[in-house]
Design a protein around this ligand. Sequence first.
Ligand SMILES: Nc1ncnc2c1ncn2[C@@H]1O[C@H](COP(=O)(O)OP(=O)(O)OP(=O)(O)O)[C@@H](O)[C@H]1O
Ligand SMILES: [Mg+2]
Length: 381
Amino acid sequence: MEKRCKILIIDDEEIVLDSCLQILSGGDYEIRTAGNGILGVDLAEKFRPDVIFVDLKMPGISGFEVLEKIQEIDPTIVTIVITGFATIGSAVEAMQKGAFDFLPKPFTPDELRLITRRGIEKRKLVLETLALRREKELLREHFAAIVSHELKSPLAAVQQYLYSLSNELSDQLTEDQQHRFERIQTRIGDLMQLIHTWLRAITVDIESIKENFAPTSIPVVISKAVESVDPHAIRKDIAIRTAVQDDIFPVLGDEGTLVEAVVNIVGNAVKYSPAGSHVEITAKNFDDEVAITIEDDGIGISSDDLPFIFEDFYTSRSDKQIEKGSGVGLALTKRIIEAHGGNVSVESELGEGSTFELRFPALINQPIELSPINNEFMNKT
Ligand SMILES: Nc1ncnc2c1ncn2[C@@H]1O[C@H](COP(=O)(O)OP(=O)(O)OP(=O)(O)O)[C@@H](O)[C@H]1O
Ligand SMILES: [Mg+2]
């Protein structure tokens, strides 16, 4: 049997409490009431309601303080503020601070029943989303364990046996046999690399990245990323041009993983663009943020694929794809960027190219020694 939903009503007017109790008593709810903020917070802690109604104007601790305390107790509790017409402005403010909705006084029984049902629906959605997220985390952990124990170790053993076998037989093998041995070794090497990439994506420990946070120079991050992708770009005759604002703010972060994030995006730009095209990287200050954009005129991403490209193991369904990947680069990149308090967005059109934008909170008033960077593109424009 499904558990009854719990509702708490906090209001200093007894008549409001009584009428709420009366109106909601027909529903299958477990209801508690509190006549002031302190009692309300205490009950929220012990009773753990699904939905709490809070009167914004109460003597003693205010409705706003009660909302804050409820957030601390359990941010998944759905809160609805009760307000007089004169305080609708405060209700809007309360919603900006996380309240789900507001109920203006005086209200009809139907209005109260409706908003209660909506609050409960919302609470169910919040709990379901949390459960799904937890399940996804568990899957990630299980997958990591399977990949490392069931795949990586046996494959490493095969690699080792093969290596010693080919050494032992080296002077007895024909040229063709030698060639086939080498191909097996290369294929196994590729598989090991793939498993390594998967494991990196699944197990990257965001919390430990944060331990190494220090003021980090954006030009340095960009130049290291370009240096790493350049050999691939040169092979495809793709020019990577950079335009970095001279006085760009540093960010608080971990240089190594930031370089990895930019490498993944610039690497994609090169990988998914035709030979002879261009990739442009720009970096600028935007108020209290730093924005890095990476623009290519490659194959682009269809609107069907676009919402999913930051998910683990997602690769485009398009048959236009020039090179196939394993679909972990962007998922890892997103986690790294978010661990830095930043975000990544993309605009793209199939056949037209893509623009990725990375935003990070800037470290303002913290100049750091910037190393020189190839600013060829900026000097040209
Ligand atoms: N600049 C781009 N242009 C076109 N498609 C892109 C671009 N960047 C990403 N994509 C699409 O998004 C998918 C996911 O990218 P992601 O970097 O996560 O994985 P991948 O490149 O396939 O493999 P890898 O794990 O080796 O990076 C790609 O497979 C590709 O279809
Ligand atoms: Mg990639």
